[in-house]
Ligand binder design. Structure first.
Ligand SMILES: *Cc1c(COP(=O)(O)O)cnc(C)c1O
Length: 385
């Protein structure tokens, strides 16, 4: 049996071999393994240098100052720090947070926890394309709004928010703009100054870096106040304690440096592959695009297949690694809260699949997927009648 075709890049990406090579230099006795916080010997300084060089690589990709990068364990922790850390530190100014119903769980569940803590959350309902408009945001803003959190690129749908316009509305009300950019890095240009982003969550493993590392961009001017969630040695200017994982950090730095030089070419190639995939689906009936392709990155394509069950379709496609638009509880299959959130009817939501493409996707992968898909749909629909 051949290895499955990997079309689940939005769940995680493989580490780029060039990244793995760099990471291996920071682990063993003959490498730079020392604690980057060790100030009393050369080995510690070398590790610190590696961390600072990676901090610059990450900052460069988003046109930030390296001092604005706070290392975390991933985008989940960065989202937690941005929302909880910011709301707690700015309690005296206001208790209102604005976000949307279809944000990543790392934002949704953090905002729910903040509600339990006594903060007030407005949950915006996005349009059918999965995006919140600047007008919608304006209507939700209040005098006591201190934070707005909306993601750059949606992880299930691939649609891109108009960040500059949303930032403008946020700032007009004196609030701070947080963006979860885990799916956006290396895929769309992210200049935090030009876009007006104040806080931004980043992840290593969605951009060909390792899992277990991420960062929060924290604007320095005007300075933002954040309360730490993890206390300890006062690392990362007191915002996030814990010994820095040099190999993870160097890996994320290298991955972001590659994204800076190759991201555009990657995207052009992936865009052509996605178009080829869409062309190949053209003569198949009953396919509904959940992804508004005109306003989405080419990497993510969410499709609903009428007349079949998502689970059966996934079974028939077991040689292809991809995600469904549903979550299995022990008792039942529930449609994804995202597809529900954009108003997709339940049967369509249950028959939705997310195809996500990346750096190592080939034309042969696309052709093979089209073949398998055609065959599977034929079989399932014939059985259904
Ligand atoms: C993957 C993802 C996260 C979580 O990132 P981790 O680094 O795995 O914690 C958060 N937000 C979005 C949009 C994601 O796609």
């Amino acid at each position: 049996m051949s290895a499955p075709i990997y079309l689940d890049y939005a769940a995680t990406t493989p580490v780029d071999p060039r990244v793995a090579e760099v990471m291996s230099q920071y682990l063993t006795l003959d490498g730079i393994f020392a604690n980057p916080a060790s100030r009393s010997h050369m080995l510690g300084w070398q590790a610190e240098q590696a961390v600072e060089s990676a901090r610059r690589q990450v900052a460069d990709l988003i046109a930030a100052d390296p001092r604005e990068i706070v290392w975390t364990s991933g985008a989940t922790e960065a989202d937690n720090l941005a929302l909880t850390g910011f709301m707690r530190a700015n309690r005296a100014r206001g208790r209102h947070l604005v976000t949307s119903l279809i944000e990543h769980k790392a934002v949704v569940d953090t905002a729910k926890a903040l509600e339990d803590e006594g903060f007030d959350v407005t949950w915006l309902t996005p349009g059918r394309d999965g995006r919140v408009t600047p007008e919608q945001l304006r209507d939700a803003m209040r005098d006591d709004t201190v934070l707005v959190s909306l993601m750059a690129v949606h992880n299930e749908l691939g649609v891109i928010h108009d960040l500059a316009a949303l930032a403008e509305v946020t700032h007009a009300f004196g609030a701070t703009f947080h963006v979860d950019a885990a799916q956006a890095v290396g895929r769309i240009p992210l200049d935090v100054g030009r876009l007006g982003i104040d806080l931004m969550s980043l992840s290593g493993h969605k951009a060909y870096g390792p899992k277990g590392i991420g960062a929060l961009y924290v604007r320095r001017s005007p300075e933002l106040r954040l309360e730490a969630l993890i206390h300890g040695g006062g690392h990362e200017r007191g915002m996030r304690s814990g010994t820095l994982p040099t190999h993870q950090i160097a890996g994320m730095g290298q991955a972001f440096a590659i994204a800076a030089t190759e991201g555009e070419a990657d995207q052009a190639r992936i865009s052509a592959l996605r178009d080829r995939f869409l062309d190949g689906l053209d003569d198949l009936d009953g396919i509904h695009r959940n992804t508004a392709v005109e306003v989405a990155i080419p990497n993510i394509l969410n499709l609903a297949f009428t007349g079949v069950e998502g689970e059966s379709l996934l079974m028939a496609l077991r040689d292809i690694a991809l995600s469904t638009g549903s979550a299995c509880n022990s008792a039942s299959v529930e449609p994804s809260y995202v597809l529900k959130g954009i108003g997709l009817p339940r049967p369509l939501a249950l028959a939705s699949l997310r195809f996500s493409f990346g750096r190592f996707t080939t034309e042969a992968d696309i052709n093979r997927t089209l073949d398998v898909l055609r065959h599977a749909l034929d079989g399932l629909r014939r059985r259904a009648v």
